[in-house]
Design a protein around this ligand. Structure first.
Ligand SMILES: Cc1cc2nc3c(=O)[nH]c(=O)nc-3n(C[C@H](O)[C@H](O)[C@H](O)COP(=O)(O)OP(=O)(O)OC[C@H]3O[C@@H](n4cnc5c(N)ncnc54)[C@H](O)[C@@H]3O)c2cc1C
Length: 238
């Protein structure tokens, strides 16, 4: 199955495997009072986030917005909100599934609970999920973002610091360190652009002061080469 911008309805590969394209099954309906969203099985994270953030709500997704919610949710789904609200699959309330015998079944903890249990960890092996219903949480819409960039020679210190901080990090803060090339962005000094290094991204969903205190702790431990600290909409972060 694939989400994204593919428009073929279905095609058979040489080995007989069939590709089912769900990309047009991408509608997202939000119930802001019940804090629930129902999304088509081919929706992307960008589509889910855009619809839920209209109401200041969100569910855990991954950190790259063109990922499909189908594979992400059925595989667990980790992102900025995981420490606060669990995995994407932890927030799945029900699913509409087309099973191999062509039946359309609604599954939840009370309807076809065995199938629902299988979906919660069994990936896409039990049928085609055409609708995902999620529990939503109040998020943003503005969140605090700090991106601190370190040189290659600081890698061991940065990764050790990342591990130490994560042990006691409050759930309102999220931390991700990745090995990347510095982007050609205005906040990056000219000579550092495209250079490899380590980016530590610190996201705050709670008070600004809490986020600022963690950034101070990081700077005191390992000096970043440059940084960007700014509030931004959650959808922009995604
Ligand atoms: C750039 C990038 C960034 C990523 N970042 C994260 C991240 O931050 N957090 C994270 O948790 N994961 C992340 N991932 C991993 C991602 O969650 C998986 O690749 C996921 O499988 C993508 O889902 P998809 O629907 O787009 O993929 P697809 O390739 O379309 O599907 C993957 C699998 O899921 C099955 N499947 C898809 N939709 C359905 C459906 N509706 N019903 C039944 N089965 C279905 C497919 O058959 C296939 O087996 C990332 C992947 C990429 C490429």
């Amino acid at each position: 199955m694939r989400g994204g911008g593919h428009n073929t309805a279905g095609s058979a590969a040489a080995d007989g495997a069939v590709m089912i394209d769900l990309s047009r099954l991408n509608d997202v309906v939000v119930d802001p009072l019940a804090k629930r969203a129902v999304a088509g099985g081919g929706a992307t994270l960008a589509q889910l986030d855009a619809a839920t953030q209209e109401y200041g709500l969100a569910v855990t997704g991954g950190v790259i917005s063109h990922t499909g919610i189908g594979g992400l949710t059925l595989g667990g789904g980790m992102g900025w909100l995981t420490r606060r609200h669990g995995l994407a699959i932890d927030n799945l309330l029900s699913a509409e599934v087309v099973t191999a015998d062509g039946r359309v079944q609604r599954t939840s903890e009370t309807e076809h609970p065995d199938l629902f249990w299988a979906l919660c960890g069994g990936g896409g092996n039990f049928g085609v999920v055409t609708r995902f219903e999620y529990r939503l949480h109040e998020v943003g819409p503005l969140v605090q973002v700090g991106l601190l960039f370190f040189g290659l020679d600081q890698g061991a210190d940065v990764l050790a610091l990342n591990r130490r901080i994560l042990r006691d990090l409050p759930a309102d803060l999220a931390l991700l360190t990745s090995g990347v090339n510095a982007p050609p962005a205005p906040f990056v000094p000219e000579e550092q652009r495209f250079q490899p290094g380590y980016a530590m991204t610190v996201v705050g969903f709670g008070p600004v002061e809490q986020h600022a205190a963690l950034l101070d702790e990081v700077r005191a431990a390992v000096s970043p080469m440059f940084e960007l600290v700014t509030p931004m909409p959650y959808v922009a972060l995604q």
